[in-house]
Design a protein around this ligand. Structure first.
Ligand code: SF4
Ligand code: SF3
Length: 561
């Protein structure tokens, strides 16, 4: 195995035997095979799409296959093997469809000559004979092909191919969430296929790949906008909410991850059962949606971010439901009461599948909960949330006034991920050290490093404006754009906003590319720069966007303020 896709990669270079995250070498290799297979599905499906022969099942498979390989999502050998088996079936199905529609030639399995294709079908992707990897993607040969990252020898090309691939994984995760609620975007799917194929195209060097990486960012903005629409149309616009972080005396079920539809189904199915529902980690922002507020048994949030789950899940005492990333390898003490669903998997952990309409039956989990002790109290009080773009902008006048009047000097975007390494105390220290006339804008689980500090407010505007999950990062973009409008600025870089972003996994990679595609410059990134960014690619990022690694709190305060 070789994996360097996340911030905690071994020695800041790459995991080679087992992942720091707990992913074993065999599963890592299978995940590489799956990604390789997805590229060949993308090849056929892009032809199917341009001929209007594509289907929803294949789109869903591409998204889920990518999402399953995001850090801390699926550790199960059986699951990845099953996905590979299914992937071959899907690939063969799409190919057959193309042959019977005469889009590709049955005998060679390849495209018609370019001139016929252009005349009859319009310009499409390259013929498969031009992408030699296609011949290697068969159930018999896949195991003997080097599908790993290091198969690309040129360090800069490898770096850009991986940057693009990780952006696509993030995009797939966000598109998956929108899909669950019935929102789809053909252009996003077409881009994912085009970009997957580009990572296998040896004619593409730095000059061709850099624009594609930025296009990944702009398609990322579109994906996040779609997800925002899906969430707010389905569940309403989040409202400023003081979220309870204490517990009640009833047995409870803890819902983690990012999937709001799963939470909704739990709330529906637990009515009248005497079982309470709590959120964990990235599910915290669900407490601010109007659609969920009416449920009397929706108690609040329990604990902190993903890396604290071993300790906190033990103390919760009841069943835990992992809707998406981040799951960490569970301890024996609670392995019998943790469940996965969707793309999440861990061998030995029970998995709940949806029926064909997307409905899930949680009755067994609810029965188990009834027999469990109530959660052990970890803390008490409330934390403020629910400042997605609509509620944040409802006080825009107040904010603009406070900036003009000098009460607010600066906004600092501290969005992104949390992580387990001790050095992340930097983000707590940084938040505490910020002067009282600054406001933090956040989204994602990075907030747990400072959302329980008492940072106060500025004339009623809280000093931590929490837009929600990493899935809600679009809100930060809208807030910045609307503030620029209110101040009459053409360039969002002229706003009194600086960026101190914490990343961990590939959804954060996409959010970063989204910001770059919007022209945001001067982003400080930490706690470590991605190992997959080669020195030359870093130079491009520094020259074009002035990205810098974070340093000490004192130094960064000087730079960012
Ligand atoms: Fe290592 Fe991160 Fe890859 Fe896990 S996801 S194997 S920790 S680089
Ligand atoms: Fe967190 Fe995993 Fe990235 Fe959704 S839950 S932000 S790390």
């Amino acid at each position: 195995m070789f994996c360097y896709q996340c911030e905690e990669t071994l020695n800041a270079t790459g995991c080679t035997k087992n992942g720091v995250c707990g992913k074993n070498g065999e599963v890592a290799d299978l995940q590489d095979d799956l990604i390789y297979l997805l590229k060949s599905i993308a090849f056929y499906n892009s032809k199917a799409r341009s001929n209007k022969l594509n289907d929803a099942k294949t789109d869903q498979f591409i998204l889920d296959g990518l999402f399953a390989t995001v850090t801390n999502t699926n550790f199960s050998k059986a699951d990845i093997e099953r996905l590979i088996g299914e992937g071959f079936e899907i690939k063969d199905g799409v190919k057959k469809k193309l042959i019977s529609a005469k889009v590709i030639d049955e005998k060679s399995g390849s495209s018609f000559p370019a001139w016929i294709k252009e005349k009859l079908l319009g310009a499409g992707p390259k013929a498969d004979e031009e992408l030699p990897f296609m011949a290697k993607v068969t159930p018999e040969s896949l195991a003997s092909v080097n599908t790993g990252i290091l198969a690309t020898e040129n360090e800069d090309v490898r770096s850009l191919r991986e940057l693009l691939t990780y952006g696509l994984k993030g995009m797939a995760a966000y598109a998956h969430h929108a899909n669950v609620l019935g929102y789809k975007d053909e252009n996003v799917m077409a881009f994912i296929e085009k970009a997957l194929l580009a990572t296998m195209d040896d004619s593409m060097g730095i000059n061709e790949l850099v624009p594609l990486v930025l296009e990944c960012g702009s398609k990322g903005v579109a994906t996040l906008a779609l997800l925002d629409k899906a969430n707010t149309t389905t569940y309403g616009n989040p409202e400023p909410t003081a979220v309870n972080i204490g517990v009640r005396g009833n047995p409870g079920i803890l819902i983690s991850g990012h999937d709001l539809r799963d939470l909704e189904q739990f709330l529906e199915q637990t009515q009248g059962t005497g079982v309470d529902i709590y959120t964990h980690g990235e599910m915290l922002p669900a407490n601010s949606y109007p659609a969920f507020k009416g449920y009397e048994n929706f108690v609040g949030n329990y604990g902190g971010s993903w890396w604290k789950q071993k300790e906190e899940f033990e103390k919760f005492n009841g069943p835990i439901f992992m809707t998406t990333n981040c799951i960490v390898p569970p301890k024996e003490s609670y392995i019998n009461r943790i469940y996965t669903t969707g793309v999440v998997g861990f061998d030995g952990v029970a998995h709940i599948r949806a029926d064909k309409d997307g409905n899930k039956d949680f009755s067994a989990i609810i029965e188990q909960a009834k027999k469990c002790d109530s959660p052990e109290q970890l803390e008490e009080g409330t934390i403020m949330g629910g400042f997605a773009h609509v509620s944040a902008l409802s006080v825009a006048d107040k904010i603009v006034e406070a900036v003009k009047g000098g009460q607010i000097k600066k906004f600092v975007v501290m969005a992104g991920c949390d992580g387990r390494h001790k050095e992340r105390i930097y983000y707590t220290d940084f938040a505490e050290a910020l002067p009282k006339d600054t406001v933090i804008l956040t989204a994602g689980c990075a907030k747990y490093r400072y959302n329980k500090l008492d940072l106060g407010d500025i004339g009623g505007i809280p000093r931590v404006i929490d837009a929600g999950q990493c899935n809600d990062s679009y809100s930060l973009v809208v807030i910045a754009q609307k503030l620029a409008e209110a101040f009459g600025l053409d360039d969002i870089n002229d706003l009194p906003i600086s960026y101190n972003i914490a990343w961990y996994e590939q959804k954060a990679v996409l959010v970063l590319l989204a910001l770059l595609s919007l022209g945001v410059r001067n982003i400080t990134l930490g706690p470590k720069l991605p190992a997959f960014v080669s020195p030359n690619v870093l130079n491009v990022l520094v020259e074009q966007f002035n990205i810098r690694p974070n340093a000490t709190v004192e130094e960064d305060l000087k730079v960012l303020l």
